[in-house]
Design a protein around this ligand. Structure first.
Ligand SMILES: [Zn+2]
Length: 180
């Protein structure tokens, strides 16, 4: 999690990997990925940093699985006070890469994508970094707020008034609070 950490070229997760080369023998990569390498994630977060990632592509019972194990946190802006708050993205992300819809039955309810929907070239070049970014984007909170936001504690009255204008659900929540 440091801005000055240098990533030697060969340690960077490639944007794409050759699917026909790796699908059968399996692909494994382990290292650090700077948040700045993922433009959409950068846009939704504040500050710099890096995530420790283990990426594995493996075929199991004829289905291609992409597994990412992520360790690390990003800073997102609290929607209430606008100050950064840390959000832990650590976890295991698992995704089946399907050649056709016929394979859906083999995914056992797990998350999947159809390779053809990833773009024209995906059958040849798998966008392994973009797929990781997709998973991380989905994991980000839609409306991040500090659990113990200072702004909420200091000015509860102002806050409710402010929220009524921008969020109808907040007004409802405030009403519920009064009657319960
Ligand atoms: Zn806050």
């Amino acid at each position: 999690m440091t801005q000055t950490h240098k990533h030697p070229e060969h340690q960077t997760l490639p944007n794409n990997i050759l699917l026909e080369k790796w699908a059968d023998i399996g692909f494994h990569w382990q290292g650090e990925i700077a948040i700045s390498e993922m433009p959409r994630l950068s846009e939704q977060t504040v500050g710099a940093g890096a995530l420790s990632v283990v990426a594995d592509l493996q075929k199991t019972d004829g289905v291609l699985w992409l597994n990412y194990t992520v360790t690390g946190a990003v800073d997102v802006g609290c929607q209430r006070c606008l100050e950064p708050m840390s959000f832990d993205l650590s976890g295991a992300y698992r995704l089946a890469l399907l050649q056709s819809e016929d394979e859906i039955a083999k995914t056992d309810g797990e998350e999947f994508v159809l390779i053809d929907e990833l773009g024209e070239s995906a059958r040849r070049l798998l966008p392994i970094k973009e797929l990781l970014e997709d998973e991380l984007m989905l994991a980000l909170p839609l409306s991040p707020r500090h659990d113990d936001c200072d702004l909420l504690i200091e000015s509860v009255g102002d806050e409710i008034e402010e929220e009524e204008s921008e969020n109808p659900f907040a007004a409802l929540a405030a009403l519920k609070g009064k009657f319960s």
